[in-house]
Design a protein around this ligand. Structure first.
Ligand SMILES: [Zn+2]
Length: 105
């Protein structure tokens, strides 16, 4: 899931921005690994078409999307960011919440 490497970012030149880890604070994006856009999991027994779409299709939105990031040079936590893909402006970062039903009565 490590799709952006430090070499990629350095060779891209202008692709640099700051991300705020919910645990550690603001760091250069090179501290983090990109985990891809957040997509909803298919139901328990998906059809092959649903499974294929989940595995291989991305919206690749031009604008604000929710995505997974991993603080690989820090606390090694996974967290969620809302980022405008056209400007790399990060609107928020947060730790993921427990799935619904976890610990529920
Ligand atoms: Zn961290």
């Amino acid at each position: 899931m490590d799709t952006i490497t430090e070499t990629d970012v350095a060779s891209a030149g202008k692709v640099s921005f700051l991300l705020t880890c919910p645990n550690c604070g603001t760091r250069e994006v090179t501290d983090f690994g990109y985990g891809g856009e957040i997509s909803s999991r298919p139901r328990e027994r998906p059809t092959l078409k649903e499974l294929g779409e989940y595995n291989y299709f991305r919206r690749n939105r031009a604008g604000v999307q929710r995505e997974w990031w991993f603080h690989r040079s820090g606390c090694r936590a996974w967290f969620i960011a809302e980022r405008d893909t056209t400007t790399n402006e990060v609107l928020l970062t947060e730790l993921p919440r427990e799935p619904d039903g976890e610990g529920a009565a």
